[in-house]
Design a protein around this ligand. Structure first.
Ligand code: PEP
Ligand code: MG
Length: 901
């Protein structure tokens, strides 16, 4: 028979999967001998069984009886008895905390008879009747799905009738009336009598907690926090203790350190004569722990000693809920406390200094995600602000700028030096240039996996999305906000906060975060710039943990950089090389014309001329890049995209030619161009003539690029520089492709070497970004000096879909349906795409055991994916310059975790 129920005395803190976080920690505290009210936990297995079949497993009912009787025997009281009744609370508690997302019912066991027993046992009639009316209210709302307003309206009416303003001012007879009115509400809206049988109350409440796993808000929360939908929740049944039994009772929440700043010293709120939910509801002002010390020194001392004990036991910041019932302290909950990113870094190094954890452990207590948050610019706290609306915080940071309604506007205004916020109903891949140019992105539609959000996060760009109050008219270039009268135009400035989702009208001051100052200018400068001790401790903590990560990590960290500026940023942030220099960007803008000439060339002479025009330009680019990267490796990827990216759009050109012809103004060159565009038009360009296929079939292209690299390297060598290019061929599917490309690369290298007298034996390798390459990696390795996994294309080709098409359409739905845990473009799909990477690594190493291998797809900067790349045995990850520090930290964490296993 499956074991669905555990007494608190049976479990421990490591059973979070089964008992949920709250249950596992209640068990741990019980084991430690702390004052925990007796109770038991119904497992997540039971919840999953219930959710799968829609029925409570029979075994569960039986085991609840046994556990309940155990508690009753221990206390010598019976659930809902007419005399001195035992009452219990029923609380949800999943593996990961989901604050406020699921249900809780208190005071289970009260009925028309036991309420009198409670009154007699407590000597407080008012307390007993208040507890009963609270039970009916909570039970009605959460178990019977009755609109809570019915109960609060009745309560308000009662207070008005009795001329009082506070709940606790209602006398006993008013509460007794209220109980009858509440029962009538239950009867009217649920069609049943409020259940008088204590065990039925318990069973119904348990089922309601199970069901609350699937409420919409719980779903939304899990999606946001990346919590799988199939975990289920545990249910904790715990003896009630009362903080609302007069002036010597109360309830509170405390932390062993400040979870918001990370400052040392206990921190907490206490409310006299109150029950759990009163503290968070903010009905009355809470007291501090220092106040508690004055009110009840004995309980305070005991609490302090338990806090110290828990922190030593968990070796981490703990958060605690407690209740004092007539001078007796009870522990209701503890857990390793949630904290801000700043607090995470500070607390981790504090605990090292207190010799509670090692530096390795400290590294596991912080994350790349948290570091990212600390890197984004901040709104200056001293600046005034006018809030327009609040939406989904999709990519953190603070950005201010003029409203730009389309790409062209964003690009042209930013070129003029204006900061702009791209404001769109939603974004699509065509908006990329605008997103790059803008300081931030604001959309009216779409959630956290929308195109805007995913792309913005990848670029480290501030983004707020799904702001439904926005009415964007891209044609008229106006923006209205529901409920406000002003009409905003491109002349208006807005400010968006990607950490809170807030959108402000007008300028709000922005400053570099202290951690960004540290990453840009080093520790000494950051310490000098810091305004207070908190900030100084924070940057010191980040510096210590970053240095430790660099010491322990095995993965090298490189950056994807196409321009000297990007490369410089990357080096400042600790990049050890460039893992991907995409060369196609070097052929855009004014240079597009030369590429067109090359495509259109009909004779060798024309082709030579086009190539000759491109060579010095491309060579100049490489000279600059090698200068910046002096002494560090730089992987240059030869041209990758399909031809059409360098040609005019087929439809636009067709229309132009037709119109010109009609007018008798047709330029024969346009007609010729149209013929070429038509001929090279592809239905699926991403799967067409691109990458190595283009390089092999387009005469002179490889030679041009390799000559530019080689001659640039020679120039640098002559100038005393130390260039380290690594030549990379994209989109390889067959070893023969690489062999042919490689022959041509080596031929040019040899020519330039002979002509210059410098040895140019640069490594030649390839991208592994097609399933066929992964499967045949052992062969491909024969011709490759290194592999770089292109997980962007590998994700598209393994799944067989194109990012541009699916991100805006069904990725969100697939996440809801549990087909994806997260978007596979954000975090590498370990089972599928990761399996391809594993095949590639194993195949490659079977031929060349020490071959260098890395990853340069966007996953190279994703915290979770980096752990996988470490485990699969890659040598480096390459990511956007902004993400380099995150990758360094995560690579260190991955190494530490590996050591621990
Ligand atoms: C990749 O496919 O992962 C890659 C890095 O190449 P690109 O994104 O340029 O196609
Ligand atoms: Mg690719």
């Amino acid at each position: 028979m499956p074991k669905y129920v555990y007494r608190f005395s049976e479990g421990d803190k490591d059973q979070k999967d089964l008992l949920g976080g709250k249950g596992a920690n209640l068990a741990e505290m019980t084991r430690l001998g702390l004052p925990v009210p007796p109770g038991f936990t119904i497992t997540t297995d039971a919840c999953r069984a219930y959710l799968a079949s829609g029925e409570v497993p029979e075994e569960l009912s039986v085991q609840v009886t046994t556990a309940l009787r155990g508690v009753e025997e221990e206390l010598g009281r019976e659930l809902g008895a007419a005399e001195d009744p035992l009452l219990v609370s029923v609380r949800s508690g999943a593996k990961f905390s989901m604050p406020g997302m699921m249900e809780t019912v208190l005071n289970i066991g009260l009925n028309d008879a036991s309420v009198k027993g409670l009154a007699a046992a407590s000597g407080d009639e008012r307390f007993a009747w208040d507890s009963y009316r609270r039970l009916i209210q909570m039970f009605g709302k959460t178990v019977l799905d009755i609109d809570g307003d019915h109960f609060s309206d009745a309560l308000d009416a009662k207070k008005a009738a009795r001329g009082v303003s506070m709940d606790y001012e209602l006398p006993v007879d008013a509460l007794q009336e209220l109980v009858e009115e509440y029962k009538a509400i239950v009867k009217e809206h649920a069609g049943i009598d409020f259940p008088q049988d204590p065990r039925s109350q318990l069973d119904m409440a348990t089922e309601a907690v199970f069901r609350s796993w699937n409420t919409e808000r719980a779903h939304i929360y899990r999606r946001r926090e990346k919590i799988p939908h199939d975990l289920g929740t545990a249910v904790n049944v715990c003896t009630m203790v009362f903080g609302n039994m007069g002036e010597t009772s109360g309830t509170g929440v405390c932390f062993t350190r400040d979870p918001s700043t990370g400052r040392t010293g206990v921190y907490g709120d206490y409310l006299v004569n109150a029950q759990g939910e009163d503290v968070v509801a903010g009905i009355r002002n809470t007291l501090s722990l220092a106040d508690l010390e004055r009110l009840d020194k004995a309980s305070y001392d005991e609490l302090r000693s338990i806090m110290h004990r828990l922190e030593t036991h968990y070796r981490d910041l703990c958060d605690i809920e407690f209740t004092i019932e007539r001078g007796k302290l009870w522990m209701l909950q503890t857990r390793v406390g949630k904290r801000t990113a700043a607090a995470a870094f500070r607390v981790a190094t504090q605990l090292v200094d207190e010799k509670l954890i090692t530096m390795d452990e400290a590294l596991t207590r912080v994350s790349g995600e948290q570091l990212t948050q600390l890197m984004f610019p901040q709104f200056d706290d001293n600046s005034s602000r006018d809030l327009l609306t609040r939406a989904m915080p999709a990519s953190p940071g603070a950005a201010v700028g003029y409203i730009a309604f389309d790409n062209d506007e964003a690009v042209s205004r930013s070129q003029k030096g204006d900061s702009v916020i791209l404001v769109r109903r939603e974004t699509n891949p065509d908006d990329l240039p605008g997103m790059v140019a803008a300081a931030g992105v604001l959309t009216a539609r779409g959630g956290k996996t929308s195109h805007a959000a995913v792309v913005a996060r990848g670029m480290g760009k501030t983004c707020v999305c799904g702001a439904e109050a926005l009415e964007v008219d891209a044609v008229a270039k106006t923006l209205r906000i529901a409920g406000r009268k002003e009409v905003l135009t491109s002349e208006d400035v807005i400010a968006i906060d990607g950490t809170t989702g807030e959108v402000f009208l007008g300028e709000v001051g922005v400053v570099d975060s202290p951690v960004m100052t540290y990453l840009r200018r080093g520790l000494d400068e950051a310490l000098k710039a810091a305004g207070d001790d908190d900030t100084r401790e924070l940057v010191t903590a980040v510096d210590r943990l970053m240095r430790h990560a660099d010491e322990v990590r095995r993965l090298e960290v490189r950056a994807n950089a196409d321009t000297p500026d990007d490369a410089r940023h990357a080096i400042h942030r600790g990049a050890q090389g460039v893992g991907l220099c995409r060369t196609e960007h070097m052929f855009l803008g004014e240079r597009k014309q030369f590429v067109q000439n090359l495509i259109l060339a009909s004779s060798d002479a024309e082709r030579e001329a086009a190539l000759a025009a491109l060579l010095p330009l491309q060579k100049g680019d490489f000279i600059q890049m090698f200068e910046t990267m002096n002494g560090k490796p730089m992987t240059v990827r030869l041209i990758d995209p399909p031809l059409h990216e360098f040609l005019p759009d087929l439809t636009e050109l067709s229309i132009k030619v037709a119109v010109d012809r009609e007018r008798g103004e047709l330029d024969p060159a346009d007609e010729e161009l149209l013929a070429v565009v038509r001929k090279s038009h592809e239905a699926n360009p991403m799967l067409g003539l691109r990458g190595v296929r283009l390089l092999l079939t387009m005469p002179g292209l490889i030679e041009l690029q390799v000559r530019a690299i080689a001659e640039a390297a020679v120039e640098r060598l002559k100038a005393g520089g130390d260039p380290h290019p690594e030549i990379m061929i994209p989109l390889i599917g067959s070893v023969r492709e690489l062999q042919l490309a490689r022959e041509r690369v080596e031929h040019v290298l040899q020519e330039v070497s002979q002509a210059s007298g410098y040895a140019l034996d640069f490594p030649v390798g390839c991208m592994i970004e097609l399933p066929r390459a992964a499967v045949t990696a052992a062969h491909i390795a024969e011709e490759a000096d290194f592999f770089s996994f292109g997980t962007n294309d590998l994700t598209q080709t393994t799944w067989g879909f194109s990012r541009d098409d699916v991100e805006g359409s069904f990725v969100g739905r697939y996440i809801d349906d549990g087909i994806f845990g997260v978007s596979p473009f954000e975090t590498v799909d370990v089972d599928g795409v990761g399996g391809m990477v594993r095949l590639g690594v194993e195949g490659g190493r079977s031929t060349k055991p020490t071959m260098k291998m890395g990853v340069c797809g966007e996953h190279g900067g994703d915290p979770e994916s980096i752990g996988f790349f470490h485990r699969v045995g890659l040598d480096y990850v390459s990511c956007s310059p902004f993400r380099v520090p995150v990758a360094r930290l995560e690579a260190g964490r991955a190494a530490v975790k590996d050591k621990a296993e």
